[in-house]
Design a protein around this ligand. Structure first.
Ligand SMILES: [Zn+2]
Length: 391
Protein backbone atom coordinates (compact mmCIF):
# COMPACT_ATOMS: atom_id res chain seq x y z
CA UNK A 1 0.00 0.00 0.00
CA UNK A 2 1.24 3.46 -0.96
CA UNK A 3 2.34 5.79 1.90
CA UNK A 4 0.99 9.31 1.70
CA UNK A 5 1.16 12.67 3.54
CA UNK A 6 -1.74 15.10 3.43
CA UNK A 7 -0.54 18.49 4.71
CA UNK A 8 -2.84 20.99 6.48
CA UNK A 9 -4.65 23.33 4.10
CA UNK A 10 -4.47 27.11 4.02
CA UNK A 11 -7.23 28.73 6.17
CA UNK A 12 -9.99 30.23 3.99
CA UNK A 13 -12.42 33.09 4.63
CA UNK A 14 -15.20 32.97 2.03
CA UNK A 15 -18.35 34.99 1.44
CA UNK A 16 -20.00 38.01 -0.15
CA UNK A 17 -18.76 41.20 1.46
CA UNK A 18 -15.84 39.51 3.25
CA UNK A 19 -13.46 42.01 1.62
CA UNK A 20 -14.78 44.56 4.09
CA UNK A 21 -13.39 42.32 6.88
CA UNK A 22 -9.80 42.49 5.60
CA UNK A 23 -8.58 44.91 8.28
CA UNK A 24 -10.14 42.80 11.04
CA UNK A 25 -8.88 39.53 9.55
CA UNK A 26 -5.37 40.95 9.21
CA UNK A 27 -5.42 41.99 12.88
CA UNK A 28 -6.64 38.53 13.95
CA UNK A 29 -4.08 36.63 11.88
CA UNK A 30 -1.07 38.96 12.05
CA UNK A 31 -1.65 41.19 15.07
CA UNK A 32 -2.91 44.79 15.45
CA UNK A 33 -1.46 47.87 13.74
CA UNK A 34 0.53 46.08 11.05
CA UNK A 35 2.57 47.63 8.25
CA UNK A 36 1.14 45.91 5.19
CA UNK A 37 2.37 46.02 1.59
CA UNK A 38 -0.56 45.59 -0.78
CA UNK A 39 0.74 43.89 -3.93
CA UNK A 40 -1.93 44.47 -6.58
CA UNK A 41 -2.00 44.05 -10.36
CA UNK A 42 -2.72 47.15 -12.48
CA UNK A 43 -6.34 46.10 -13.05
CA UNK A 44 -6.99 45.89 -9.30
CA UNK A 45 -5.61 49.44 -9.05
CA UNK A 46 -7.53 50.96 -12.00
CA UNK A 47 -10.81 49.37 -10.87
CA UNK A 48 -10.52 51.13 -7.51
CA UNK A 49 -10.33 47.85 -5.59
CA UNK A 50 -6.79 48.40 -4.31
CA UNK A 51 -7.73 51.88 -3.06
CA UNK A 52 -10.80 50.51 -1.30
CA UNK A 53 -8.73 47.86 0.48
CA UNK A 54 -6.00 50.34 1.46
CA UNK A 55 -8.63 52.59 2.99
CA UNK A 56 -10.18 49.66 4.88
CA UNK A 57 -6.79 48.64 6.26
CA UNK A 58 -6.00 52.18 7.42
CA UNK A 59 -9.42 52.46 9.08
CA UNK A 60 -8.67 49.25 10.98
CA UNK A 61 -5.49 50.82 12.38
CA UNK A 62 -2.91 49.36 9.97
CA UNK A 63 -0.45 51.24 7.75
CA UNK A 64 -0.64 50.27 4.08
CA UNK A 65 1.55 50.90 1.02
CA UNK A 66 0.89 49.84 -2.57
CA UNK A 67 3.14 47.97 -5.02
CA UNK A 68 1.64 47.46 -8.48
CA UNK A 69 4.54 47.09 -10.93
CA UNK A 70 3.39 43.64 -12.05
CA UNK A 71 3.27 42.24 -15.59
CA UNK A 72 0.92 39.41 -16.61
CA UNK A 73 3.91 37.05 -16.90
CA UNK A 74 6.03 38.34 -14.01
CA UNK A 75 9.80 38.33 -14.34
CA UNK A 76 12.42 38.05 -11.63
CA UNK A 77 12.86 41.85 -11.77
CA UNK A 78 9.22 42.41 -10.70
CA UNK A 79 9.63 40.06 -7.74
CA UNK A 80 12.94 41.53 -6.63
CA UNK A 81 11.52 45.08 -6.87
CA UNK A 82 8.52 43.98 -4.79
CA UNK A 83 10.77 42.42 -2.12
CA UNK A 84 12.75 45.68 -2.03
CA UNK A 85 9.52 47.69 -1.63
CA UNK A 86 8.55 45.46 1.31
CA UNK A 87 11.94 46.06 2.95
CA UNK A 88 11.84 49.82 2.29
CA UNK A 89 8.36 50.10 3.83
CA UNK A 90 9.30 47.89 6.77
CA UNK A 91 6.36 45.63 5.92
CA UNK A 92 5.31 43.01 8.46
CA UNK A 93 3.22 41.16 5.88
CA UNK A 94 2.14 41.20 2.24
CA UNK A 95 -1.41 41.23 0.92
CA UNK A 96 -1.47 39.79 -2.61
CA UNK A 97 -4.46 41.01 -4.63
CA UNK A 98 -5.08 40.03 -8.25
CA UNK A 99 -4.89 37.15 -10.70
CA UNK A 100 -2.21 34.47 -10.69
CA UNK A 101 0.57 36.96 -11.42
CA UNK A 102 -0.09 39.10 -8.34
CA UNK A 103 -0.14 35.93 -6.21
CA UNK A 104 3.10 34.70 -7.78
CA UNK A 105 4.85 38.03 -7.16
CA UNK A 106 3.44 38.62 -3.66
CA UNK A 107 4.15 35.10 -2.35
CA UNK A 108 7.71 34.87 -3.67
CA UNK A 109 8.61 38.46 -2.74
CA UNK A 110 7.38 37.76 0.81
CA UNK A 111 9.50 34.59 1.04
CA UNK A 112 12.68 36.42 -0.06
CA UNK A 113 12.04 39.80 1.61
CA UNK A 114 14.69 38.95 4.20
CA UNK A 115 17.03 37.07 1.85
CA UNK A 116 20.50 38.05 0.64
CA UNK A 117 19.83 36.92 -2.94
CA UNK A 118 17.17 37.72 -5.52
CA UNK A 119 14.36 35.48 -6.77
CA UNK A 120 16.45 33.82 -9.52
CA UNK A 121 18.50 32.02 -6.83
CA UNK A 122 15.33 30.16 -5.76
CA UNK A 123 14.19 29.02 -9.24
CA UNK A 124 13.45 25.28 -9.58
CA UNK A 125 14.04 24.82 -5.82
CA UNK A 126 17.80 24.92 -6.30
CA UNK A 127 18.15 26.69 -2.93
CA UNK A 128 15.84 26.54 0.13
CA UNK A 129 14.22 29.79 1.31
CA UNK A 130 16.01 31.50 4.23
CA UNK A 131 13.03 31.03 6.57
CA UNK A 132 12.72 34.69 7.59
CA UNK A 133 10.01 35.61 5.07
CA UNK A 134 6.82 37.61 5.58
CA UNK A 135 3.32 36.12 5.97
CA UNK A 136 0.88 36.59 3.05
CA UNK A 137 -2.87 37.11 2.83
CA UNK A 138 -3.96 36.08 -0.68
CA UNK A 139 -7.03 37.66 -2.32
CA UNK A 140 -7.60 36.21 -5.81
CA UNK A 141 -9.56 38.28 -8.34
CA UNK A 142 -9.89 35.37 -10.79
CA UNK A 143 -11.17 31.84 -10.12
CA UNK A 144 -8.58 29.56 -11.69
CA UNK A 145 -4.97 29.36 -10.60
CA UNK A 146 -5.72 28.31 -7.03
CA UNK A 147 -2.44 30.05 -6.15
CA UNK A 148 -4.03 31.20 -2.89
CA UNK A 149 -3.78 27.56 -1.76
CA UNK A 150 -0.40 26.46 -3.17
CA UNK A 151 3.27 26.65 -2.23
CA UNK A 152 4.37 27.49 -5.78
CA UNK A 153 5.20 30.71 -7.63
CA UNK A 154 5.65 30.77 -11.41
CA UNK A 155 7.84 33.49 -12.95
CA UNK A 156 10.32 34.13 -15.76
CA UNK A 157 14.05 34.63 -15.49
CA UNK A 158 15.63 37.71 -17.09
CA UNK A 159 16.32 35.67 -20.27
CA UNK A 160 12.59 34.82 -20.59
CA UNK A 161 12.78 31.19 -19.36
CA UNK A 162 9.60 30.32 -17.44
CA UNK A 163 10.45 28.70 -14.10
CA UNK A 164 8.83 27.96 -10.74
CA UNK A 165 9.82 28.21 -7.10
CA UNK A 166 8.45 25.88 -4.44
CA UNK A 167 8.62 25.82 -0.65
CA UNK A 168 6.33 25.56 2.37
CA UNK A 169 7.19 29.24 3.01
CA UNK A 170 5.05 30.10 -0.05
CA UNK A 171 1.79 28.88 1.55
CA UNK A 172 -0.35 31.96 2.36
CA UNK A 173 -1.44 32.47 5.98
CA UNK A 174 -4.99 33.10 4.76
CA UNK A 175 -6.99 33.00 1.52
CA UNK A 176 -9.76 35.61 1.39
CA UNK A 177 -12.45 34.80 -1.20
CA UNK A 178 -15.20 37.28 -2.01
CA UNK A 179 -17.29 36.39 -5.11
CA UNK A 180 -18.03 40.06 -5.76
CA UNK A 181 -14.42 40.60 -6.87
CA UNK A 182 -14.73 38.20 -9.81
CA UNK A 183 -18.01 39.64 -11.16
CA UNK A 184 -16.26 42.01 -13.58
CA UNK A 185 -14.13 39.29 -15.19
CA UNK A 186 -15.05 39.08 -18.93
CA UNK A 187 -16.62 35.84 -20.22
CA UNK A 188 -13.56 34.51 -22.16
CA UNK A 189 -11.33 34.96 -19.07
CA UNK A 190 -13.98 33.44 -16.81
CA UNK A 191 -14.03 30.40 -19.11
CA UNK A 192 -10.25 30.09 -19.45
CA UNK A 193 -9.54 30.49 -15.72
CA UNK A 194 -12.38 28.11 -14.79
CA UNK A 195 -11.01 25.50 -17.21
CA UNK A 196 -7.58 25.92 -15.58
CA UNK A 197 -9.16 25.00 -12.23
CA UNK A 198 -10.87 22.00 -13.85
CA UNK A 199 -7.54 20.81 -15.25
CA UNK A 200 -5.90 21.22 -11.84
CA UNK A 201 -8.55 19.01 -10.28
CA UNK A 202 -8.31 16.35 -13.01
CA UNK A 203 -4.50 16.26 -13.07
CA UNK A 204 -4.24 16.04 -9.28
CA UNK A 205 -6.54 12.99 -9.43
CA UNK A 206 -4.84 11.23 -12.31
CA UNK A 207 -1.09 11.83 -12.11
CA UNK A 208 1.27 9.24 -10.64
CA UNK A 209 0.92 10.73 -7.13
CA UNK A 210 -2.90 10.46 -7.05
CA UNK A 211 -4.24 9.05 -3.79
CA UNK A 212 -7.72 8.61 -2.25
CA UNK A 213 -6.79 10.94 0.64
CA UNK A 214 -6.55 13.83 -1.83
CA UNK A 215 -9.55 12.93 -4.02
CA UNK A 216 -12.37 14.72 -2.13
CA UNK A 217 -11.43 18.36 -2.88
CA UNK A 218 -10.59 17.52 -6.50
CA UNK A 219 -13.81 15.56 -7.13
CA UNK A 220 -15.92 18.31 -5.58
CA UNK A 221 -14.12 20.93 -7.69
CA UNK A 222 -14.83 18.97 -10.88
CA UNK A 223 -18.54 18.70 -10.05
CA UNK A 224 -18.84 22.40 -9.13
CA UNK A 225 -17.11 23.56 -12.32
CA UNK A 226 -19.20 21.24 -14.52
CA UNK A 227 -22.37 22.64 -12.95
CA UNK A 228 -21.59 26.32 -12.38
CA UNK A 229 -18.93 27.51 -14.85
CA UNK A 230 -21.37 27.68 -17.83
CA UNK A 231 -23.63 29.93 -15.72
CA UNK A 232 -20.75 32.16 -14.60
CA UNK A 233 -19.67 32.52 -18.25
CA UNK A 234 -23.21 33.23 -19.51
CA UNK A 235 -23.99 35.80 -16.80
CA UNK A 236 -21.01 37.34 -15.05
CA UNK A 237 -23.26 39.08 -12.54
CA UNK A 238 -24.59 35.73 -11.24
CA UNK A 239 -22.83 35.88 -7.85
CA UNK A 240 -24.06 32.44 -6.81
CA UNK A 241 -22.32 30.91 -9.85
CA UNK A 242 -19.26 33.12 -9.32
CA UNK A 243 -19.00 31.97 -5.71
CA UNK A 244 -19.32 28.28 -6.56
CA UNK A 245 -16.59 28.55 -9.23
CA UNK A 246 -14.40 30.46 -6.76
CA UNK A 247 -14.80 27.64 -4.23
CA UNK A 248 -14.02 25.10 -6.96
CA UNK A 249 -10.80 26.90 -7.93
CA UNK A 250 -9.79 27.02 -4.24
CA UNK A 251 -10.47 23.28 -3.78
CA UNK A 252 -8.59 22.43 -6.99
CA UNK A 253 -5.70 24.60 -5.77
CA UNK A 254 -5.65 22.67 -2.49
CA UNK A 255 -5.56 19.42 -4.51
CA UNK A 256 -2.59 20.45 -6.70
CA UNK A 257 -0.81 21.87 -3.65
CA UNK A 258 -0.48 18.23 -2.57
CA UNK A 259 -0.14 16.30 -5.84
CA UNK A 260 1.01 18.81 -8.46
CA UNK A 261 0.03 18.84 -12.12
CA UNK A 262 0.93 16.66 -15.10
CA UNK A 263 1.10 16.48 -18.91
CA UNK A 264 -1.48 19.22 -19.61
CA UNK A 265 0.62 21.71 -17.64
CA UNK A 266 3.88 20.55 -19.27
CA UNK A 267 2.39 20.92 -22.74
CA UNK A 268 0.38 24.02 -21.76
CA UNK A 269 3.42 25.85 -20.41
CA UNK A 270 5.29 25.00 -23.63
CA UNK A 271 2.34 26.40 -25.62
CA UNK A 272 2.41 29.54 -23.47
CA UNK A 273 6.12 29.99 -24.21
CA UNK A 274 5.83 29.34 -27.97
CA UNK A 275 2.51 31.04 -28.72
CA UNK A 276 1.70 33.31 -25.74
CA UNK A 277 -1.63 31.49 -25.30
CA UNK A 278 -3.47 32.27 -22.01
CA UNK A 279 -2.49 29.70 -19.36
CA UNK A 280 -6.01 28.41 -18.69
CA UNK A 281 -6.84 27.94 -22.36
CA UNK A 282 -3.40 26.44 -23.03
CA UNK A 283 -3.73 23.74 -20.36
CA UNK A 284 -7.40 23.14 -21.24
CA UNK A 285 -6.55 22.46 -24.89
CA UNK A 286 -3.51 20.41 -23.89
CA UNK A 287 -5.55 18.09 -21.70
CA UNK A 288 -8.03 17.73 -24.57
CA UNK A 289 -5.38 16.03 -26.74
CA UNK A 290 -3.84 13.96 -23.93
CA UNK A 291 -7.05 12.78 -22.28
CA UNK A 292 -7.93 9.73 -24.40
CA UNK A 293 -4.50 8.19 -23.91
CA UNK A 294 -4.51 9.05 -20.20
CA UNK A 295 -7.96 7.52 -19.69
CA UNK A 296 -6.91 4.31 -21.43
CA UNK A 297 -3.75 4.10 -19.28
CA UNK A 298 -5.51 4.51 -15.90
CA UNK A 299 -9.22 3.74 -16.40
CA UNK A 300 -10.01 3.40 -12.68
CA UNK A 301 -8.80 6.92 -11.87
CA UNK A 302 -10.44 8.42 -14.96
CA UNK A 303 -13.71 6.66 -14.15
CA UNK A 304 -13.71 8.60 -10.85
CA UNK A 305 -13.16 11.83 -12.80
CA UNK A 306 -15.96 10.89 -15.23
CA UNK A 307 -18.39 10.31 -12.35
CA UNK A 308 -17.40 13.61 -10.71
CA UNK A 309 -17.98 15.25 -14.11
CA UNK A 310 -21.54 13.93 -14.06
CA UNK A 311 -21.24 11.05 -16.54
CA UNK A 312 -23.60 8.32 -15.35
CA UNK A 313 -22.17 4.85 -14.94
CA UNK A 314 -25.25 3.00 -16.26
CA UNK A 315 -23.68 -0.36 -15.43
CA UNK A 316 -20.55 0.36 -17.45
CA UNK A 317 -17.05 -0.82 -16.52
CA UNK A 318 -14.37 1.65 -15.40
CA UNK A 319 -12.76 1.37 -18.84
CA UNK A 320 -16.03 2.20 -20.65
CA UNK A 321 -16.78 5.09 -18.28
CA UNK A 322 -13.25 6.50 -18.62
CA UNK A 323 -13.52 6.19 -22.43
CA UNK A 324 -16.61 8.43 -22.36
CA UNK A 325 -14.69 11.26 -20.65
CA UNK A 326 -12.77 12.82 -23.61
CA UNK A 327 -15.94 13.53 -25.64
CA UNK A 328 -17.73 15.00 -22.59
CA UNK A 329 -14.69 17.15 -21.80
CA UNK A 330 -14.47 18.39 -25.40
CA UNK A 331 -18.19 19.27 -25.38
CA UNK A 332 -17.73 21.18 -22.12
CA UNK A 333 -14.86 23.29 -23.49
CA UNK A 334 -17.07 24.23 -26.44
CA UNK A 335 -20.05 24.92 -24.14
CA UNK A 336 -18.07 27.52 -22.17
CA UNK A 337 -16.83 29.04 -25.43
CA UNK A 338 -13.15 28.11 -25.31
CA UNK A 339 -11.63 28.59 -28.76
CA UNK A 340 -10.25 25.17 -29.76
CA UNK A 341 -8.33 26.17 -32.90
CA UNK A 342 -4.95 27.87 -32.43
CA UNK A 343 -5.01 29.30 -35.98
CA UNK A 344 -6.15 32.68 -34.63
CA UNK A 345 -3.08 32.66 -32.38
CA UNK A 346 -0.82 32.46 -35.42
CA UNK A 347 0.06 28.79 -34.82
CA UNK A 348 -0.16 25.81 -37.19
CA UNK A 349 1.26 22.32 -37.76
CA UNK A 350 4.45 24.02 -38.97
CA UNK A 351 5.21 24.87 -35.31
CA UNK A 352 5.30 21.20 -34.21
CA UNK A 353 9.09 20.94 -33.88
CA UNK A 354 9.34 24.21 -31.94
CA UNK A 355 6.54 23.21 -29.57
CA UNK A 356 7.92 19.69 -29.00
CA UNK A 357 11.34 21.18 -28.21
CA UNK A 358 9.69 23.51 -25.66
CA UNK A 359 8.05 20.47 -24.00
CA UNK A 360 11.34 18.63 -23.73
CA UNK A 361 13.02 21.14 -21.37
CA UNK A 362 14.14 20.94 -17.70
CA UNK A 363 11.17 23.09 -16.60
CA UNK A 364 8.44 21.26 -18.57
CA UNK A 365 9.64 17.64 -18.90
CA UNK A 366 9.08 16.88 -15.17
CA UNK A 367 5.32 17.42 -15.62
CA UNK A 368 5.26 14.79 -18.38
CA UNK A 369 7.27 12.45 -16.14
CA UNK A 370 4.75 12.55 -13.27
CA UNK A 371 1.84 11.81 -15.61
CA UNK A 372 -0.10 8.57 -15.55
CA UNK A 373 1.71 7.19 -18.63
CA UNK A 374 5.06 7.47 -20.40
CA UNK A 375 5.65 10.22 -22.94
CA UNK A 376 8.60 9.64 -25.23
CA UNK A 377 9.60 12.28 -27.78
CA UNK A 378 7.43 10.65 -30.50
CA UNK A 379 4.31 10.83 -28.29
CA UNK A 380 5.13 14.45 -27.33
CA UNK A 381 5.33 15.29 -31.05
CA UNK A 382 2.02 13.52 -31.74
CA UNK A 383 0.32 15.57 -28.98
CA UNK A 384 1.84 18.78 -30.34
CA UNK A 385 0.62 17.97 -33.86
CA UNK A 386 -2.90 17.24 -32.66
CA UNK A 387 -2.96 20.38 -30.50
CA UNK A 388 -1.72 22.67 -33.30
CA UNK A 389 -4.15 21.33 -35.92
CA UNK A 390 -7.27 20.98 -33.70
CA UNK A 391 -10.47 22.57 -34.97
ZN1 LIG B 1 -2.87 25.84 -14.18
Amino acid sequence: MQSYDLPAAVPVAFGLGRLNDLGKLAAERLGPEQRLLLVADPFAVSSGLAGRLTQGLEEAGHKAALFSDIASDPREGHIDACAEAARDFGAGAIIALGGGSAMDVGKLAAAIAGAEEGSAAYALSIKPFPGNGLPVIAIPTTSGTGAEMTAVSVFSLADGTKVWAWGLELFPKLALLDPEITASLPAPLTAATGVDALVHAIESMTNCKAHSLNDPPAMRAIGLIRRWLPRAVADGSDLEARGQVQIAACLAGAAIAVNGCAVAHGLGHALGTVGHVHHGRAVGLSLRVALAGNAAATPERHALVAEAFGIERQGRSDAALAAALPAAYDAFLREVGLEISLAGDGLSGADEERLAAACDTPENRPMFEVSCRDFDRAEMERLCRELLTAA
